[in-house]
Design a protein around this ligand. Structure first.
Ligand code: NAD
Ligand code: LMR
Ligand code: MG
Length: 608
């Protein structure tokens, strides 16, 4: 559809909406609809979320599309309209499933039960919910966030009780500009949006992916202190390619294959235009989009909107901080980073994001010129589902292309196109083995045995895939096979390993949660128009510098989650400083750019 036609559609829906609000005062309006039992019309003086939160009137997913339109509910419920019989079936199936699938690998067996209790509190009393979460962040972050949030998404059709957030579906094309006004808050600071196409390492979960947006925003409130009334989780339902969900009669999302190409982009464009029209200062975090869209959408929007992609950019910053920590843990200065040999398993949105950032960081340390950038490339070996990526790879993904090994260079090392991970580790003897493959157990006994040949005095293993059962290896496997001296980090939380001799092998959590809340908060407070590479780099450097020399030498390369509020504050301050330095900051509320400058200790400040 041309931009013009699109605009016409958008503006006609907006005009409809405006007319409706002019002719009928929202609050006092009386509307009728049929109750769940059927026939008698019910009169209601409420609208929007007030209806969904009222047990006398709420029909949940059984509200028909006409009722959703008339009661300003469009977008506040998952798109699939259910019959009351289906609702009961879904509830009963969930009740019976209580103990089954309540566990994600070796994690807490009661995780899902705890999530249900916390979720009920979230629905009843947000202030109390966040107080409980903040006071017990170490215990409950793994429940409301990774790894349990993965289990929640997998079971979402059953767990769904009260809606939270907004749903924009392929069926809502042309309506989004109007729908955004169904959200009751006049001010929204943070949106986390997903299309559900790659939820953690669990694949395409369709509409059920809304859970990840809710979990991330919980951390925005708990770690960054964002007002819970100003966060908005969003699910863009463009269908699903998950065959199981397509056949499930109780699935809450659109039961059609995913939109592709221009059709897909036009939905996301319409969503972005709608939310930035209603809330011009909002920040949109893209989360768990499959790689093929993650990069394209980032390129499409990053210079126009206040947005970032957490999996590409947040993960990259967290990985850089960890990689620099691993260099320091060897007793070497950070500036030795460009000498590290790094094997990366996984060339998706996260893997490529990390590779690009690591290469740039090395290049900066080597003189920040073209030849430095070029030579940094040779420090990386990238293995994906088809093995080692070389220039011989057919139909190579353009994002992976810059990291393809030259064929003669590979053969000098005894490697070839498609070489297995174990062969690569054997030949390269890397300092770092980093996994973002979503393949649980990929760092097998053989791979870890091969890493014993590392030329590093202290090899580092980053098993960053989530949730727990997708981790490339466990810390027990890593420490017991490679040795007590290694550095270990995983994306999902694991317990430290007790060596039984009074010594402990520390398991770091290398998760983007250490950066995204600070990136969002810093952007909000600075009022920066966009989120620049420099702001992201400042966030990563701040996290890298957070750990003391003594801590890194003991193998602690990331802070404990109990200090997440402090880290977030530091990261946010670094982001604000950088935004000011780059002359991007426009200020926040009464704190204009000039006032912000006064607050910082910058020597050079462009607005002074
Ligand atoms: N720790 C964190 O903060 C963090 C952040 C982002 C993503 N992740 C995790 O990283 C994982 C990957 O995310 P993504 O968005 O890049 O996914 P993706 O699906 O885009 O990429 C997965 C990549 O792994 C490769 N792969 C598959 N099987 C492989 C194998 N046997 N050997 C080597 N490579 C293999 C694929 O070819 C692909 O390149 C997910 O589990 C996600 O949860 C963790
Ligand atoms: O969600 C997480 O825990 C980290 C990351 O964003 C992921 O997709 O795995
Ligand atoms: Mg993610």
């Amino acid at each position: 559809m041309s931009n013009f036609t699109n605009q016409m559609r958008l503006s006609s829906s907006l005009i409809k909406r405006l007319k409706r609000s002019l002719t009928t005062p929202m609050v006092m309006q009386t509307r009728s609809f049929t109750t769940t039992e059927g026939h008698r019309p019910s009169m209601v003086h409420k609208r929007s979320l007030d209806i969904l939160h009222d047990p006398w009137f709420n029909k949940g997913t059984a509200f028909s599309m006409t009722e959703r339109d008339r009661l300003d509910l469009r977008g506040l419920l998952p798109p699939n309209v259910m019959s009351s019989e289906q609702q009961i079936e879904r509830f009963m199936a969930d009740l019976k499933r209580l103990e089954v699938q309540a566990r994600d690998g070796p994690s807490d067996p009661y995780a899902l039960a705890k999530w249900r209790i916390l979720n009920r509190l979230h629905d009843r009393n947000e202030t109390m919910y966040y107080k409980v979460l903040i006071a017990n962040i170490e215990e409950y972050a793994p429940i409301v966030y990774t790894p349990t949030v993965g289990l929640v998404c997998q079971n979402y059709s059953g767990l769904f009780r009260r809606p939270r957030g907004m749903y924009f579906s392929a069926e809502d094309r042309g309506e989004m500009m109007s729908m955004v006004y169904n959200w009751p808050a006049d001010q929204v600071d943070m949106i986390v949006v997903t299309d559900g196409s790659r939820i953690l390492g669990l694949g395409d979960l369709g509409v059920q992916g809304i859970g990840i947006a809710i979990g991330k925003l919980d951390l925005y409130v708990a770690a960054a202190g964002i007002n819970p009334q100003r966060v908005l989780p969003v699910m863009i339902d463009v269908g699903t390619n998950n065959e199981k969900l397509l056949k499930d009669p109780l699935y809450l999302g659109l039961q059609e294959h995913r939109l592709e190409g221009e059709e897909y982009i036009s939905v996301i464009d319409e969503f972005m235009e709608a939310v930035f029209t209603r809330w011009p200062h909002v920040i949109v975090q893209f989360e768990d989009f499959q790689s093929k869209w993650a990069f394209k959408l980032l390129q499409r929007y990053r210079d126009t909107y206040r947005m970032f992609n957490d999996d590409v950019q947040g993960t990259a910053g967290v990985a850089i901080a960890g990689l620099l920590g691993a260099v320091r843990a060897q007793g070497r200065p950070m500036i030795d980073f460009p000498k590290q040999k790094i094997v990366v398993a996984g060339a998706g949105s996260a893997g490529i994001g990390v590779l690009n950032a690591a290469r740039k960081t090395m290049a900066r340390m080597l003189g920040n010129n073209e030849s430095a950038f070029d030579s940094a490339r040779s420090q990386f070996w990238v293995v994906d589902a088809k093995g080692l990526i070389t220039e011989e790879r057919e139909n190579i993904d353009p994002d992976a292309q810059p990291f393809a090994r030259k064929v003669n260079e590979a053969s000098r090392q005894g490697l070839r196109e498609g070489a297995s991970l174990v062969e690569v580790v054997q030949q390269v003897k890397p300092d770092v083995l980093l996994g973002l493959s979503a393949v649980g157990g990929l760092f097998s006994k053989e791979v870890l045995e091969a890493l014993k040949g590392s030329t590093s005095t202290r090899p580092a293993i980053f098993a960053m895939s989530n949730p727990t059962k997708n981790a490339e290896c466990t810390p027990e496997e890593a420490f017991s096979i490679v040795g007590d001296n290694i550095i270990f980090a995983s994306g999902s939380p694991f317990k430290d390993v007790d060596f039984g001799n009074g010594l402990i092998g520390h398991c770091n959590q290398g998760n983007n949660m250490y950066l995204f809340p600070g990136i969002g908060l810093g952007t909000l407070l600075s009022g920066s128009r966009i989120i620049s590479d420099g702001m992201l780099q400042a966030a990563a450097e701040c996290l890298a510098a957070y750990m003391t020399e003594e801590e890194v030498l003991k193998g602690f390369i990331y802070p404990s989650i109990s200090s997440i509020r402090d880290i977030t504050k530091e990261v946010a301050a670094a982001v604000v400083r950088e935004a000011i330095e780059e002359d991007l900051a426009e200020g926040y509320r009464e704190m204009d750019a000039r006032e912000l400058c006064k607050l910082t200790q910058l020597r050079v400040c462009p607005c002074m």
